[in-house]
Each structure stands twice: as structure tokens, then as C-alpha cells.
Design a protein around this ligand. Structure first.
Ligand code: GAL
Length: 375
């Protein structure tokens, strides 16, 4: 079964855009293990848009760009597999991809077979150049069906940016994850607006079909295709924590060949990733505070009865995060409190009853795992 937990991997788009090649993909696959990504759970290496020639072959097949991928895609897939990784590719519901390469409209079944023959394990499926007279759910259903008919297990990653209320129907198409927002950029405003756009959409993410908040920008530092400004390390920590507590697939977007120690530490923090990869796959619920503080609180129920609790300061000023446990359902008369562990500091911080309060600098976060304990 695919996507029992939110898929984890790397995607070429955020840093490299159309500037992709066989060498880049091989070097990325080579760096993967040494950077600790396999141990942390990352497994899908995905090539995004602009990998093909601008025209199909005479017999209607997709053709890899001869300059970028001279050895063809089967060879790339074999290389990626030889490193113990899974291989992903990209196409689009429309006549063309967003980068104006051939899309899969009316070629769904043959393209799915082509991907299966090449050894593809993951397909990101975009929404550009979609015919107006065919509803999106039909086009996703068609490719979902074609992938199943291909005879290979191919994880189906829908990317329609949350259009047409896709969270209401996407699960029925066979998609294993679905983008619910427009494209991320490497800056704080983009991270904040994606995170806040999820308010009240908590119940649509679940095992086998996860709400995808877009590829990560952690470690881009203002360089690359979607780099508009860059972020501080604390902002990257907040970004990663938000994506993890909200169950998002974790697709790295920086150049993993040259990650610095901080980026590596953020992307491989197993205690934070543990919230994302919890087998019950419940998305966090969000909570306003009684004093309307700009510090947002997210709570993620976990399979062992504990909770992920995140405090996120979305404002440009210092702020207070104060969680009243009764808002989670825990009353003082229950006889229980919470034992808290700080997942960035990797230390237990004590047992609390009734409430927990912390102060956060602008754009900073605190993220805990909390276990119920008898007082
Ligand atoms: C966008 C998509 C991006 C990237 C890009 C490629 O529609 O949201 O993630 O895939 O197309 O052209």
C-alpha cells in the first residue's frame, strides 16, 4: 500500500526549475545517503517539469530531452533505484505542462505505461492547460485509473493548487497526496500564508491521501528557482515544524549536494519528523488563543495517545503562546497532566497541569510531544 504515511523525498523544482539534467539527478542520488536522508525516511527522488522534448515522438510517446537526459529515463531510474531510492516524474492533466512541454491529456493510458516501463514510482500531476469543458476530478480519475492499469505501483501526487475545492473530491481519484495551495516561495510571507490557509481544513488529510503544503524551502537561503528573498534558520525550523505537525508530505527543495549542518539538522530531526510520520495520520487541529495572540497553536493527536503541540509566532513582534489544556479536552479534575518534551532541544521540560505558556520571538516556534501522566 502506498502513502500509508506522508511521502518523503526531494523534488528538483524549487532550486533547479528547468535546469535539470542526468548529472544533477545522479549527483543528488549519490549525496542522499551520506547526508542522512535515507535514515531520516526520505525515499522519493522526483524530477519536476521540463524534462521532455517539446514534441511527442511520431508514434505519440513522450521523449526525454536529448541534451538533458542523453541516456534516457530508464537509465536514470535504474541509477536512482541502485542507490536504494524511488524515482518520481512529472506530467500534467492538460495539453501542455506549466513549462509548455507536452501534457498527458488524451494520452493518459499510454503515458502511464511509458512511466511504468521506465521504472517510475511516483507521478506528480499538474493542472495547467486544462480544457475548460472537462472537470478536474474526471481528469485526475482518468490518470488514477491509468496508473493502476499500468501494472506498477506508482504513487499519484496531484497538484491542482487547491482549485475547484479539490479537497472535497481528490481522494476519490486515487491520488495519494494533493497540493492545496499555490506555489511556495523561499520567504517568510509565503510560508506564513500557506500555513494559515489550512485553518479549518484539518479533516481532509488522512492515510493514503495527504494534504500537500508544497515542497520545502528549508536550506535554499535565497538561491534557486523559487527563491524570493530567503529565510533565516529559525524561519526554516518553523516552516519544517508546521509542515510536520500538519501531516504534509515532506519533499525537500534545496540542493542536497551542498546542505550546511543546520539545514541537515532541520531536515533530519527525527523527533519532529515522527509527528508527521505517525501511523494514524491525523492532521493537526488549530486553535485560536483567548487573547487573540498572533501565536497560533496546532495540536496533532498521535497513535500512542500522546500529542504533538506546536506554538508558532506568525507575527513580527514577540508573542505569548498559552495553551489551556481544557481546550484540548483535559480538565483539572481528570487527575492528569502533560509531560512535555521539546523536540528541537531534544529535552524533557517537565510536567504541567491546566496550562502551558511560552514566549516566542517573531517567526519562531516551539514544538513539543506531550504525554498524559497521572498527577
Ligand atoms: C506548478 C507547480 C509547481 C511546479 C511547476 C512546474 O504548477 O505548482 O510545483 O511543478 O508547475 O512548471
Amino acid at each position: 500500500m502506498l502513502a500509508q504515511t506522508p511521502p518523503m523525498g526531494w523534488n528538483s523544482w524549487n532550486t533547479f526549475g528547468w535546469q535539470i539534467s542526468e548529472d544533477l539527478i545522479k549527483e543528488t542520488a549519490d549525496a542522499w545517503k551520506d547526508q542522512g536522508l535515507s535514515d531520516a525516511g526520505y525515499e522519493y527522488l522526483v524530477i519536476d517539469d521540463c524534462w521532455s522534448e517539446k514534441q511527442r515522438s511520431k508514434d505519440g510517446h513522450l521523449v526525454p530531452d536529448h541534451n538533458k537526459f542523453p541516456g534516457g529515463m530508464k537509465a536514470v531510474a535504474d541509477y536512482v533505484h541502485s542507490k536504494g531510492l524511488k524515482f518520481g516524474m512529472y506530467s500534467c492533466v492538460g495539453t501542455m505542462t506549466c513549462g509548455r512541454h507536452p501534457g498527458s491529456l488524451d494520452h493518459e493510458f499510454e503515458d502511464a505505461l511509458t512511466f511504468a516501463e521506465w521504472g517510475v514510482d511516483f507521478l506528480k500531476y499538474d493542472y495547467c492547460y486544462k480544457p475548460h469543458n472537462t472537470p478536474g476530478h474526471v481528469l485526475y480519475k482518468r490518470m488514477g485509473m491509468a496508473l493502476k492499469a499500468s501494472g506498477r505501483d506508482i504513487l499519484f501526487s496531484a497538484c491542482n493548487w487547491g482549485s475547484d475545492n479539490c479537497h472535497e473530491w481528490i481522494r476519490s481519484t486515487g491520488a495519494h497526496m494533493f497540493r492545496s495551495t499555490g506555489d511556495i516561495q523561499d520567504n517568510w510571507e509565503s510560508i506564513k500564508s500557506i500555513a494559515l490557509s489550512q485553518w479549518n481544513k484539518e479533516c481532509y488529510s488522512a492515510p493514503y491521501c495527504y494534504n500537500d503544503l508544497d515542497m520545502l524551502v528549508v536550506g535554499m537561503y535565497g538561491k534557486g528557482n523559487v527563491a524570493k528573498g530567503g529565510c533565516t534558520d529559525e524561519e526554516y525550523k518553523t516552516h519544517f515544524s508546521l509542515w510536520c505537525i500538519m501531516n504534509s508530505p515532506l519533499m525537500i527543495g534545496c540542493d542536497i549536494r551542498s546542505m550546511n549542518d543546520t539545514t541537515r539538522r532541520i531536515l533530519t530531526n527525527r523527533e519532529v519528523i515522527g509527528l508527521c510520520q505517525d501511523p494514524e495520520g491525523r492532521q493537526a487541529y488549530s486553535m485560536e488563543q483567548w487573547n487573540n495572540s498572533a501565536v497560533k497553536i496546532y495540536i496533532k493527536p498521535l497513535s500512542d495517545g500522546s500529542f504533538g503541540i506546536g506554538f508558532f509566532n506568525m507575527s513580527d513582534e514577540e508573542g505569548e503562546g498559552s495553551l489551556q489544556f481544557w481546550d484540548m479536552g483535559l480538565t483539572a479534575s481528570s487527575g492528569y497532566g502533560f509531560k512535555l518534551r521539546d523536540l528541537w532541544e531534544h529535552e524533557d521540560v517537565g510536567v504541567y497541569d491546566e496550562n502551558y505558556t511560552c514566549w516566542l520571538k517573531p517567526h519562531h516556534c516551539k514544538i513539543y510531544r506531550a504525554w498524559l501522566v497521572k498527577k
